[in-house]
Design a protein around this ligand. Structure first.
Ligand code: BYC
Length: 317
């Protein structure tokens, strides 16, 4: 296309975004906007799918039937979120299988948080309370994302995530109010999950490659640091309420700003985990590759059946 035409299409596009008109799959969008969405939404989908694994570890060891049923339901919700998101990626013209191959070959990322092990039952509480809590903080603004299919998918995802957050907080609250050993288990889990949960929001704004452009396109509505601060402000009083201590000696309410000041994140650890060297990266990607291989016969059988049915229908008509 002529450069002048492209420039004017880009101007019309940005004007629509500025006026809060949703961009839909068949509308014009700049290539870079499409690429950014494919990157972010597919990585989001991978996170939902990989995110099932740390919790799956506890399905067989949940302390009672009610806990087990709730945990199973939550994990199934995450699978559903992955599916909506892969569908949203397809509306951008991307091939779902290609994006999955990118994950398996290490070309695509997924949230750093899922590379940490779930060592005790209290970790199920922390995943719900902190990990889903951080996810909601990040995802509620995505319901207003400029790209229609992503924004609409996030509405349902957020409703389910808020149930997940509450079930996690309920587990943690019960442990924190239980025997001294149970309270200790909850505190120990909080000590391990607090900092990785803060890392979920991504690098500081100054080091974030995509934030400025994504804000202009209204894909992101807040910066990484803004969302992280909102999460800290919301979560610290919850910890205080149930008598657990956030493992940060620099954490202090700042009367002037009305926010909590908090300590420096270990960014070396963050980047190590993002680059594939976290405690469970290899295990997580291997599990996903094995699932794809194990499911091959089902996909092949379904395809053969679909072809057979199509042939039969043709004969009848
Ligand atoms: N882990 O320029 P930046 C969930 C990457 S919740 C790994 O700030 P952006 C769930 C980033 O991709 C979790 N990588 O990027 C909850 C970029 O690398 P690339 C998923 C990270 O995109 C409970 C580079 O660092 N949520 O699913 O503007 C149970 C520079 O970053 C991380 C979403 O995906 C990280 N923590 O902002 C089950 C929400 N942080 O891509 C499941 C949608 C940054 O250039 N995504 N990186 O190679 C977003 O909101 C944004 O993509 C992010 C990052 C805030 C995550």
């Amino acid at each position: 296309m002529e450069k002048n035409n492209l420039d004017s299409l880009d101007t019309i596009f940005q004007d629509k975004v500025d006026r809060e008109i949703k961009i839909e799959p068949k509308d014009y969008m700049p290539d870079a906007y499409r690429k950014t969405l494919i990157r972010q939404i597919s990585q989001h989908a991978h996170s939902e799918i990989v995110g099932q694994l740390p919790e799956a570890n506890w399905v067989t060891r949940a302390p009672n039937l009610r806990r087990k049923a709730v945990l199973l339901a939550k994990i199934q919700d995450e699978a559903g979120h992955g599916l909506y998101l892969y569908s949203a990626v397809e509306t951008l013209g991307a091939d779902r299988e290609d994006t999955i191959d990118d994950l398996h070959e290490g070309r695509a990322k997924y949230s750093s948080i899922f590379n940490y092990p779930t060592l005790t039952w209290a970790d199920m509480g922390m995943v719900g309370w902190l990990v889903d809590g951080a996810a909601i903080m990040n995802q509620v603004p995505l319901c207003r994302c400029s790209y229609g299919p992503y924004a609409r998918a996030m509405v349902r995802v957020c409703k389910e995530e808020s149930f997940h957050q509450r079930q996690g907080f309920e587990i943690v609250t019960q442990l924190a109010q239980g025997t001294p050993v149970q309270k200790e288990m909850a505190q120990e889990a909080l000590n391990r999950w607090w900092w990785p949960a803060l890392m979920m929001f991504g690098p500081n704004d100054a080091d974030s490659t995509h934030t400025a452009q994504s804000m202009k396109w209204k894909i992101k509505r807040h910066t990484n640091d803004e969302l992280r601060q909102m999460f800290v402000d919301a979560t610290v009083p919850q910890a205080e309420l149930i008598g657990l201590k956030i493992p940060d000696n620099d954490l202090k309410f700042n009367e002037e700003t009305g926010h909590y000041d908090f300590g420096e994140i270990d960014w070396d650890e963050f980047w190590q985990v993002v680059k594939g060297y976290g405690p469970c990266n290899t295990e997580r990607v291997s599990a996903r590759k094995k699932a794809k291989e194990d499911g091959l016969w089902v996909r092949e059988a379904a395809n053969v059946y679909a072809e057979k049915r199509a042939r039969r229908n043709k004969k009848v008509s």
